[in-house]
Design a protein around this ligand. Structure first.
Ligand code: ADP
Ligand code: ZN
Length: 748
């Protein structure tokens, strides 16, 4: 991210004209670069930010008034605004933010705005829905005679709130049939409500936990930042289990007391169950959620609540940043180092970086939270641009786990096995002592490669540059990139030999099989994104682990983060080297972060945790840094290497991805771009280099051929302008796509 590109502190545009303007410029949520002029019909007063309906082609669509007209088109030729919604206007800071994101990411303005206007029908007033409320004067005697489930429903309704059947059933932990049964008997009453779910306000005045000295200090600083009424970025940096969440909840409470809305960003939905419960405990009610798995009604409700200001706290994935908050006053970015904050499709943006921009425009603080901050963030903390808040130890005296390296060259498993004798032994010890064990392997399925022993043929995806992964549970071979799946063939498609396939390498299913053979009387569970069908199922699986019904968990990264299993005392990382293959810019950093996170699952309560890393390169600086607990030394060394290589955060990068179904066409466009690519020095004497074109590591993905170029420039270079002059000047055939990825995270 380019700090110098942060918007200057300009005076807000004048929004309300003294005379109502007769022509206004309106932005439609389509891939268009600018707002179009529309006439304002007689009798209608509109101002910038108003939500309206305008004609576009043969359709009538919702859109946002973007500002005064540029008067480019004679007003006779203009169409008129059809309707103005009676709804609070999109705040000017939000529109400014969307403009900025469009410029920075080089995306069409209307396309970026669509991320804010993301709920079809949100502007239409909600339709009343049937809800249930407390009946009148139900005699205690009758009440006591009801089934416990029915009594629970009545208890929930005692608050006086009316609920829809589904919400009420959820609150009471029963089925909707129980609710309907009570209504049929006249024991509760039906009514109509407008909001699909009751949205009570989180209460910031409830007592939080007593904070440790470190926590108190950090929370105090955050409150000061909030009271300053200015933009600040702080890094809340503390080991796993330090109590970072409890600490930033203090800041959330403070912002709520100051009547501000709060956004808490999380990288993965898997976190939200655990997280929601914690939030409820602290603030007495659930926050609004925002992620891709919500129902349309939930989305609409949250969108309207956020825009009207009724909803005070949103917990969401990256897209939550684009909601049109009425009065946002604090953003928390938890696990700020996570690559899931980068959106790689459509508008390509990094939500953490854009969140910093959003805070700067809104003149309020943003807190980045991590036990393993990204190099970009720690760099800014070290050079004083960010406040650096430390939580040094685990909360309540829980100790950090001990980390051991297993040298797989010496400590060999049997052939075709993956659990070393040492790991087997310490697993036995941990289980004997009554602890739980986590085997971590970040690979779904049984085996990542299927090979014909006769001819060496490898089973590959027909649409991607990728091997098919065997899944025994599904009885098939799957591509993890495009979703392609096929039955395991009986014969090799190349040489026709039967029963000649060999599974190469492990996935979690194979580790499960091996662990079950080693510990036949233990309960072993696989936890991966594809083993839990639904959020509820995942919840149930996590509950089983909590309740001690599982002895060994074999898990992918879904288990690595955020979870707190008090009885988990041993973590065995099956292949600590996995993330280092391929070796892109951030491979080392990411591997370190992941190993650190997964290690953090061990020994979170009284019992001390042990972590064993199986590695073929135990001398690698990552393994050494892990074993020594030398995070900052690792980051310093990594930072030094980046500086030597003139790489971010010491330079700026942009990826250019050329793709299409015809390989020759893709190569042709990529070559043409390469011929005129920026090279050498800019007018101001700054350096800029372009590498490529070269076939992308995934040369084929979902049937498209892909070639890449990479631009590397000195930090002060205005990269967007140079890219615009260069790529923008090309006539690109409609069958080829050229995507620009500013600050790329992925090089695949
Ligand atoms: P982190 O987010 O830094 O990994 P958490 O916030 O999850 O750490 O805290 C770890 C554990 O310690 C949690 O169970 C949490 O409830 C508990 N904890 C943290 N701070 C406090 C506190 N001040 N009082 C009581 N319990 C706390
Ligand atoms: Zn594929």
């Amino acid at each position: 991210m380019q700090e110098s590109l942060l918007p200057p502190d300009e005076n807000e545009r004048k929004e309300v004209q003294s005379e109502p303007a007769r022509v206004m410029s309106v932005l439609v949520p389509y891939p268009v670069d600018k707002a179009y002029d529309y006439k304002v019909p007689e009798g209608l007063v509109v101002q910038a930010g108003d939500y309206v309906i305008v004609p576009l082609g043969s359709r009538e669509i919702p859109a946002v008034v973007w500002g005064a007209s540029a008067n480019e088109v004679p007003s006779k030729k203009l169409k008129s605004i059809i309707h103005k919604y009676d709804f609070p206007a999109m705040p000017s800071v939000q529109r400014k933010f969307l403009d900025w994101v469009a410029d920075y990411t080089m995306s069409a303005k209307g396309f970026v705005m669509k991320m804010s206007l993301s709920v079809p029908g949100a502007l239409e007033p909600p339709v009343p829905v049937t809800a249930y409320q407390k009946g009148e004067n139900l005699p205690d005697l009758i009440r006591k005679g009801l089934s416990p489930q029915r009594q629970k429903v009545l208890e929930v309704l005692d608050s006086g709130v009316a609920y829809r059947a589904a919400d009420l059933a959820r609150e009471a932990g029963c089925s909707s049939a129980v609710v309907k049964g009570l209504a049929d008997k006249g024991l509760i009453q039906t009514t109509e409500i407008h909001s699909p779910a009751p949205c009570r306000a989180p209460d910031p005045h409830r007592d939080g936990p007593e904070l440790s000295e470190d926590q108190d200090l950090a929370a105090g600083t955050m409150k000061e930042l909030l009271d300053s009424g200015e933009f600040h970025t702080a890094l809340l940096d503390g080991v796993t289990g330090a109590g970072k969440t409890e600490t930033y909840f203090e800041a959330v409470a403070h912002a709520l007391k100051n009547d501000k809305q709060v956004l808490i960003m999380l990288p993965e939905i898997a976190l939200s169950n655990v997280f929601l419960e914690r939030f409820k405990t602290r603030f007495g009610c659930a926050p609004a959620l925002w992620h891709s798995h919500l129902s349309p009604a939930q989305r609409k409700n949250t969108w309207r609540g956020v825009a009207s200001g009724d909803t005070r706290v949103v917990i969401g994935a990256r897209s939550a940043l684009f909601l049109p908050y009425a009065d946002l006053g604090l953003i928390i970015v938890d696990e700020e180092h996570e690559s899931a904050y980068k959106q790689e499709e459509g508008v390509i943006y990094h939500a953490r970086d854009m969140a910093v921009v959003r805070a700067s425009m809104g003149k309020f603080p943003i807190i980045l939270v991590s036990a393993t901050p990204s190099l970009e963030t720690i760099h800014n903390a070290w050079n004083g641009r960010y406040h650096h808040l430390h939580l040094k130890a685990r909360f309540g005296g829980a100790r950090l786990p001990e980390i051991h390296l297993i040298d797989m060259r010496e400590d060999k498993p049997e052939r075709q096995h993956f659990i070393s004798p040492t790991l087997k032994q310490v697993t036995q010890d941990a289980l004997d002592a009554g602890g739980q064990v986590l085997y971590f392997l970040n690979r779904r399925g049984y085996a990542p490669l299927t090979l014909c022993r006769t001819c060496g043929h490898r089973m590959a995806c027909p649409r991607c540059t990728a091997w098919l992964v065997e899944h025994k549970s599904g009885g098939n071979l799957q591509c993890h990139h495009c979703g392609f799946a096929q039955r395991q063939p009986k014969q090799c498609p190349d040489c026709g030999d039967e029963h000649s396939f060999a599974a190469c390498g492990p996935g979690v299913e194979r580790i499960h099989e091996e662990a079950q053979a080693l510990f036949p009387d233990k309960n072993i569970m696989i936890l991966a994104s594809d083993t839990a069908e639904s959020n509820d199922e995942l919840k149930a699986m996590l509950q089983k682990i909590h309740d001690g019904e599982v002895d060994i968990i074999v898990g992918t990264q879904i288990i690595a983060k955020g979870h707190h299993f008090p009885n988990l005392t041993l973590v065995g990382v099956i292949d600590a080297d996995l993330g280092l293959a391929g070796g892109d810019l951030r491979a080392a950093e990411r591997t370190y972060q992941l190993l650190h996170q997964v290690s953090g699952r061990a020994g979170r309560a009284e019992k001390k945790g042990q972590v064993y890393l199986q590695s073929f390169m135990p001398d690698h600086r990552i393994m050494q840094a892990m074993a020594a607990g030398a995070r900052d030394e690792f980051l310093e060394a990594e930072s030094w290497e980046r500086e030597q290589a003139h790489m971010p955060p010491y330079s700026r990068l942009a990826g250019i991805i050329v793709s299409g179904r015809e390989e020759s066409q893709v190569i042709e466009v990529a070559k043409q771009l390469g011929r005129t690519s920026p090279q050498g020095a800019t007018d101001a004497g700054l350096s800029i280099q372009t590498l490529g074109p070269a076939p992308a590591p995934f040369t084929r993905l979902r049937g498209r051929y892909r070639y890449r170029l990479l631009v590397n420039a000195d930090k002060p270079v205005n990269l967007q302008k140079i890219l615009k002059d260069w790529v923008g000047g090309f006539k690109i055939p409609s069958t080829v796509r050229v995507q620009i990825d500013i600050d790329p995270q992925s090089f695949l």
